[in-house]
Structure formats: structure tokens, C-alpha cells
Design a protein around this ligand. Structure first.
Ligand code: SF4
Length: 688
């Protein structure tokens, strides 16, 4: 709304930094951001924000922002007009499609972009080019969680909302550094823990802040979560503590599942996980004693060879104990980026249309063929991981990537960079000249969230509107406009003038969003999917049964996949994850002076025992060498990690980038990289 001094404005937006989905007003004077003002009516956060939401916005005015398209010329780039850049892209895409077929092209959407932009990216790939080679970066984090939930309960999203987490009697946090990765959500848990006697169990390799505050902290051996989860579930069944009436009424597959638990005795689990048997029994007892349990998990679970199976085991445990379909209970895979949920919800996946309908389902395809007026490919496409292999094989020739610094974020960086060099044509669309952009043939300047309209979906399936705060900087454009211009140069006739029109189209085709429209999302109004045509939304899932033909959930037997093995001299286990102050690969927060003044560079957390053994101290320069590459980083001695387990924050994009060490091993069901299964040798370069 315009204020008396018309240069001063306040505009509602949604935070772009994590899946909690805080919303607030941004006060601006011209392009200057005066302050962030949270509002009571904000559904996810009320009057709270964290340091990133409050101070992390000056990147929008950074000198480093891309302001014009760039076209490769020799070893460098030259600035170009939009017309020239877009025409070049269209002619290259056309040429490659004609010569090698539509499956020689690939499209990667972004979990930082809006729902509408993810919808358009998959529509471009499917309807205009004719390929299902479409994915987004949740492949790097939460796809295994989605898979585990699809198998067991049928919806790939949080069972309830932040309110349910607040009112639950017991919170189980597994492989999530919640206070640094989802700060405002963690604050809610801390408050409930203090005021309402909510109990907290944390399982993690690292004794982080939530672990410090917990009633019970257990430290499993790396990659062994599925073992203790299954043993606890078996113990509950054996004790007769399963919720029998819930199981009888609402769940299939009990007999086979219980049989599959046989090997998971407490003794076996204690041995395999390194967790004391008393602690395992205590977990089972605490779950039994609680009326309501919420399980929260993140990358510590998903980024393993068995990430989907461990996610499945979490869901199995909650089914056995009847912790679904009631307030204060359920499964909560915590989404990392602001729109991880939405990027997949709106169809940027190689096997799913928006709403997770399968591309292999002829009836669904027929619906989209009618809606879009084209013939659509029937075979699932390549995921991110398979795309890199496809390039190395020589079958994938072109890639259009938006809003992801994949060359830093994907595992086994050196292997990924070698793939980029083989591409015939590579388009990177971003707000900064990223490390990945260095490999591009054309770089397109996009606009960040503050410069556009659209919607994001937070971790609790809540769809919220963001309003344009600033004009796009320089000649940058919102991603949805750029995609539209490319599509139209390839023969489409898209007429979108505003993202609300894109949402209206998606709502017509995708059942989960049937009743979503911009009027129903005005201001601080929001909707949690599924949204019925009359606008009724679903804060708590499964109260009317599970979305399977007979309305029943499914217990799914899973087995432990042991972690990747390394030669014995790779003796250091390199855990990795976020830092509170920085966002993911850091390409926005490293541009924010408000943030870098607090946490300028990354460091390696090491135990005192390791420091003593190798003869170094805090401040010493360390080299880690894995079979795939090496990093240089300063040591920080701490009691948060133990023995030969070290922790490297993932927010560095230079010589301490974690993905110089990671491998191409991946979750066997989803191809999500096993980022957490890294071993290295440690060398001391300088003792300070
Ligand atoms: Fe933004 Fe997440 Fe912080 Fe909220 S908790 S302000 S959404 S980074």
C-alpha cells in the first residue's frame, strides 16, 4: 500500500530462505530495504523471524546481480540484448531437438522459484519440447522423504502443520539440525518443551542445539537410523503397545511387516547403531507414553543409500503407534528451501505431473493433452542424477537450468563439471553469475522473490502469495516471463500476463489445487493442500482416510542398506549440513553484508581427540582428501562432534566446498546423492 511519503512502501512477501515459510511486510524506500516487519496474522510465524529473514535481503541490490543476458564468446562472455539471447536459445533448442530428438534436452526447475514458475518449466519441457527430462533440486534433499510417505500414507507432504508440532506431546527429531536449518520452527518446539512439558528426543551424529535441549539424545553410527527405528518399532509391537484399533481400521500389511521386523532385536540394534540398549528401550517407552507423536526429519536421514527406506521406517513407526490423522501427530519431512515442496507439487519431476499424477497414466496424460492441446511423452524422463550420466554418455545434449547452482550443490562436483563441459548447449538462468554459470553458453538474468509475484508452498503444504516489492533490477526478468518468451519462440502461444493466470490453469488440471486461486490467497490468507474446488483446505491430512483405493495406509517392509565402504585409510567421516547464518550454497547470503559480517567463512568442526591425535588446534589449516577431490579449510575444535567424525558446513562455494569430496553414490530408490556417506583422509597443512 502507498504511504503518505509515496517513496516509502510496505509490501507483504514470503521469506525465500527456508521451508518454514515465514511471511512479513517489507518496508522500502525506492530500492532501499528499510525494515522487515512480521505481522501477527502471518500463519507460519506470527511476529517471529530468524536472522536470515530479518537481515538477509541486501543481496537484491548487490553490485554482483546479473543485469543483462550474457552470451559465451571464446573463453569469456559478452553482454547481449534479450532478443538476441532468446532467439539463440530457441534456435539451438530447435536444432538439437530436430537432430537428436526431444530427449536430448533437459530442464531443471528451482525450489527457490515460485509454484507458477515450476509449473511453466515442466510445461515447457513436456508440452513444447516433448520430453519428461525435468527435475528440481529436491532431488538433492527431500525426494527420499516424499518417496517414503508415498509408499506408506500416499501424500508426500507434512501430515499437519506447525500448530500440530507445537501441540504434540513428543517430538522425535531425526537427522535434522532444526535450530539452524528451520529456526522459527525450532523456536516453537523450544517453547512447547519449556511451557507445555512437550518431550523431545533427538537422534543425530552431532550434539547440536536441539540435542542439548532434548530429554534424550542418541548418537547412532552414521547411516544406521533404519536399524534403531525398526528395533524400537519391533519392541513396541512385542510389548503389545501397537495401536490395534487404528491398525485394524486404517492400515494394510501388518502381518508381513511384523515378520520383516524379526531381525531387529534390541541387542542387534545396540550393536549395529552404537546406541545403548537402555536408550533404545527409553525411546520406545516415551513413544508409548505419549498420546501424540510428531516425527521430524531432514537430510541426515535422506542423503544416504537407503534414504527412502529410512523415511519409510519412520512412517511405519508412526502407523504402528496410530500417530496419524489426529491433531499433534504425524510425519514432518522438513523442507529446506522455501519452495522445495512446491517445485515437486507443481510437476517439475521426471515421472509426475503437477499434483503427483503419473506421466505413465494414460488417463492423466489424456487430460493434459486436452488441456495443453499437444501430444505428450509417455515414458518417465531423467532425474538430475541421470542427466549428468546422460551427458557423460553423450545422449543428453542440452540443459536449461534455472535458479540452482547445481555445479556447487550436486555431489561429486568434479564429475558434474566435466559433464557441463560436454554439453552442446547450456542455458543458466539466475540472479548471480554462479559457479555453474561459468559453464553456460547463455546466462539469463532472473529476478529474485522480492521483484516478482507468485506463490510459495512451505513445509506444512501451505500455499502463500508473495507480492512484488521492487522493480526487476536492470534488465532482469521474473523467471515465468523468461520461460514464456522461450516457449513462444518455440512455437507455443502462451499468453500469461500475471502468475495468477498460471495458477488458474494449474488448478484446473491438478486435483490437489482445484480450489486454489489468488483471491483466496490475498494478503496473509493461505491454503494448505489438498484444496477442494469450493476452497476448503486441509490443515491436517488423512482424517478422511489415506489416498489409496481402499482408503487404508500401508506398512512397507524395508531393509538396512549399509553405508558406502571406503578403503581403510579414508578414516575420517565427513558429516555436512547447514549453518544458521548462511543459505545453502551461499549464493545469496554471501552477497549480504548483514550476514557475512557475522559469519565470514566456513570451518571444519573436529573433536578434541582428533586434534590431539593429529597435532593441530583451532585455526589450523586442514586438507581433507576423498577419492573424488579435496578441500582446504580451517579447523574448529568442538565437543559437538566425536572421535573421527568431523562436520563441514555446506555453505562454501570455493575451496572448502563439500561437494569436492562427495561421490556419485545415491539413494537406491530416488537417486538422491548420499552426501552424508563421505570419508576422507585428513592432512594438517599449517598449525597456527
Ligand atoms: Fe526465513 Fe526460515 Fe528464518 Fe522464517 S525461519 S525467517 S522462513 S529463514
Amino acid at each position: 500500500s502507498e504511504m503518505r511519503n509515496e517513496r516509502i512502501k510496505k509490501t507483504k512477501t514470503v521469506c525465500t530462505y527456508c521451508g518454514v515459510g515465514c511471511s512479513f511486510d517489507v518496508w522500502t524506500k525506492d530500492r532501499e530495504i528499510l525494515k522487515i516487519e512480521p505481522q501477527q496474522e502471518a500463519p507460519a510465524n506470527g511476529i517471529s523471524t530468524c536472522v536470515k529473514g530479518k537481515f538477509g535481503w541486501d543481496f537484491v541490490n548487490s553490485e554482483e546481480r546479473l543485469k543483462k543476458p550474457l552470451i559465451r564468446e571464446g573463453d569469456g562472455f559478452r553482454e547481449a540484448e534479450w532478443e538476441e539471447a532468446l532467439n539463440l536459445i530457441a534456435s539451438k533448442f530447435k536444432g538439437i531437438k530436430e537432430e537428436h530428438g526431444p530427449d536430448a534436452l533437459s530442464f531443471i526447475s528451482s525450489s527457490k522459484c515460485t509454484n507458477e514458475e515450476s509449473y511453466l518449466m515442466q510445461k515447457l519441457g513436456r508440452a513444447v519440447i516433448g520430453t519428461n527430462n525435468i527435475d528440481n533440486c529436491s532431488r538433492y534433499c527431500q525426494t527420499p522423504a516424499t518417496m517414503g510417505l508415498f509408499r506408506t500414507v500416499g501424500h508426500g507432504g507434512d501430515s499437519g502443520g506447525i500448530k500440530d508440532i507445537e501441540q504434540s506431546e513428543l517430538i522425535l527429531v531425526i537427522g535434522s539440525n532444526t535450530s539452524e536449518s528451520h529456526p522459527v520452527l525450532a523456536t516453537r518446539i523450544k517453547r512447547s518443551h519449556k511451557l507445555h512439558k512437550q518431550k523431545l528426543i533427538v537422534a543425530d551424529l552431532r550434539k547440536h542445539e536441539m540435542a542439548e535441549r532434548s530429554d534424550l539424545f542418541v548418537k547412532p553410527n552414521p547411516g544406521s537410523d533404519i536399524v534403531w527405528l525398526s528395533a524400537v518399532t519391533k519392541y513396541i509391537v512385542d510389548k503389545g503397545w501397537a495401536d490395534q484399533s487404528f491398525l485394524d481400521e486404517k492400515v494394510n500389511g501388518l502381518t508381513d511387516y511384523v515378520r520383516s521386523l524379526e531381525p531387529y532385536t534390541m541387542d542387534y540394534a545396540a550393536e549395529a547403531t552404537g546406541i545403548a540398549k537402555e536408550d533404545l528401550i527409553k525411546i520406545a517407552e516415551m513413544i508409548h507414553e505419549a498420546e501424540t507423536v510428531c516425527a521430524l526429519w531432514a537430510m541426515g536421514v535422506t542423503q544416504h543409500l537407503g534414504g527412502s527406506d529410512t523415511s519409510t521406517a519412520i512412517s511405519n513407526l508412526l502407523l504402528i503407534t496410530g500417530n496419524y490423522a489426529k491433531p499433534g501427530a504425524g510425519t514432518y519431512p522438513l523442507r529446506g528451501h522455501n519452495n522445495v515442496q512446491g517445485a515437486s507439487d507443481f510437476g517439475s519431476m521426471p515421472d509426475r505431473f503437477p499434483s503427483y499424477e503419473r506421466v505413465t497414466d494414460p488417463a492423466v496424460r489424456a487430460k493434459y493433452e486436452k488441456g495443453w492441446g499437444v501430444k505428450l511423452p509417455a515414458e518417465p524422463g531423467l532425474n538430475n542424477h541421470q542427466m549428468i550420466e546422460g551427458i557423460h554418455r553423450g545422449t543428453l545434449k542440452a540443459m536449461y537450468l534455472k535458479g540452482e547452482d547445481m555445479g556447487v550443490v550436486d555431489s561429486n562436483m568434479n564429475h558434474v563439471h566435466a559433464a557441463y563441459e560436454k554439453l552442446d548447449f547450456f542455458v543458466v538462468q539466475d540472479i548471480f553469475f554462479t559457479r555453474t554459470a561459468q559453464f553456460a553458453d547463455v546466462v539469463l538474468p532472473a529476478s529474485p522473490s522480492l521483484e516478482k509475484e507468485g506463490t510459495f508452498t512451505n513445509t506444512e503444504r501451505r500455499i502463500q502469495r508473495l507480492y512484488q516489492v521492487l522493480e526487476p533490477l536492470g534488465e532482469s526478468k521474473p523467471d515465468w516471463k523468461i520461460i514464456t518468451e522461450i516457449a513462444n519462440r518455440l512455437g507455443a502461444d502462451w499468453k500469461y500476463d500475471h502468475p495468477s493466470e498460471i495458477m488458474a490453469e494449474a488448478a484446473q488440471l491438478a486435483p490437489l489445487f482445484a480450489g486454489v486461486n489468488y483471491d483466496r490467497l490475498e494478503g496473509y490468507k493461505s491454503l494448505q493442500w489438498p484444496v477442494a474446488e469450493d476452497g476448503t483446505d486441509t490443515p491436517l491430512l488423512f482424517t478422511d482416510g489415506f489416498p489409496f483405493p481402499d482408503g487404508k495406509a500401508r506398512l512397507v517392509p524395508v531393509e538396512w542398506t549399509a553405508p558406502v565402504t571406503y578403503e581403510p585409510d579414508y578414516d575420517i567421516h565427513v558429516n555436512n549440513g547447514r549453518l544458521l547464518e548462511h543459505f545453502h550454497e551461499g549464493n545469496m547470503t554471501y552477497q549480504s553484508k548483514g550476514i557475512t559480517s557475522k559469519t565470514p567463512r566456513t570451518f571444519l568442526e573436529v573433536s578434541a581427540a582428533l586434534a590431539e591425535e593429529k597435532g593441530f588446534k583451532t585455526g589450523s589449516l586442514i586438507r581433507l582428501v576423498s577419492p573424488y577431490g579435496q578441500v582446504k579449510v580451517q579447523a574448529h575444535v568442538t565437543d559437538r562432534v566425536r572421535g573421527k567424525e568431523v562436520y563441514l558446513p555446506m555453505n562454501d562455494n570455493g575451496e572448502a566446498a563439500i561437494n569436492l569430496l562427495t561421490s556419485s553414490h545415491a539413494d537406491k530408490d530416488t537417486d538422491t546423492p548420499a552426501y552424508k556417506e563421505v570419508k576422507a583422509k585428513l592432512e594438517v597443512l599449517e598449525t597456527e
